[in-house]
Design a protein around this ligand. Sequence first.
Ligand SMILES: Nc1ncnc2c1ncn2[C@@H]1O[C@H](COP(=O)(O)OP(=O)(O)OP(=O)(O)O)[C@@H](O)[C@H]1O
Length: 279
Amino acid sequence: MTAALPDPLLALRGVTLDYATPERIVRATHRISFDVHRGERLVLLGASGCGKSSLLKAVAGFVPPREGEIVLDGQPVRGPGPDRYVVFQEFDQLPPWKTVRQNVAFPLAVQARGRRLDAATRAARVEHALQQVGLTDFGDAHPHTLSGGMKQRVALARALAMEPKILLMDEPFAALDALTRRRMQEELLGLWDRLRFTLLFVTHSIDEALMVGTRIVVLSPHPGRVRAEIDAQDFGLHSGGQAAFQAAVDRIHRLLFEPLQAVGGTPTPSAAPRREAVQ
Ligand SMILES: Nc1ncnc2c1ncn2[C@@H]1O[C@H](COP(=O)(O)OP(=O)(O)OP(=O)(O)O)[C@@H](O)[C@H]1O
């Protein structure tokens, strides 16, 4: 007997996203379906323009689907909400005049205007978030005195203080040099090891997808369709030189850039995505 999978935390069902421009309708994604389970690090991987950011915005509630639905913890997504937190490339954009503690408290204070969150609860959440990311001793420091990795931890503490059900990250490390990017990935995975938050992470780097994700949804070029789902649990930051890792990179490269027939798929728009382990 096979054990039933638990209900997904996040489910996208046939999500088509369109943008109306004065000249025409731009289709960003076509009938995208995938699940994200609790504690999973799901990566959306695809070439520029395949609709990754649009999907993230739709999950965040900023772009309504043209068709299909997005369900978070059993509730249809109808707009933005505190149960989802988007971590932008903000590590260097923390207001420099605010201390670390004030930076972490800020989104919570903004959100509290619409909700009943008293000051004591907010302060407790801030301290807890600082402790979760190991920055308790730096609460009174200002961002310019911190390393890049510590700034990322501040950004994540801001998110954790909001207690969202899922963290959404859109190419957070794209603008960084290779060494810094690597350090940031280490910080992120180190925190995940301790806290096991649920992460939906967008990238166009195959290596990053394999290292950061426990599972990868590979999207075809514009408009994005699900091309394959890849199990990446066995890869991590230190898999780089391994033959199995290189084989996975090559396979995903083919999935991304070769016509569907060439990699053994069915060339219909509604083709079911391939679910495969690449090791
Ligand atoms: N506000 C908008 N108005 C019109 N078209 C848009 C808008 N936002 C995105 N698009 C179009 O939707 C498609 C998907 O864009 P999106 O930014 O989601 O792709 P992406 O995969 O995140 O790309 P990148 O990796 O370059 O950020 C593109 O063709 C883009 O031009």
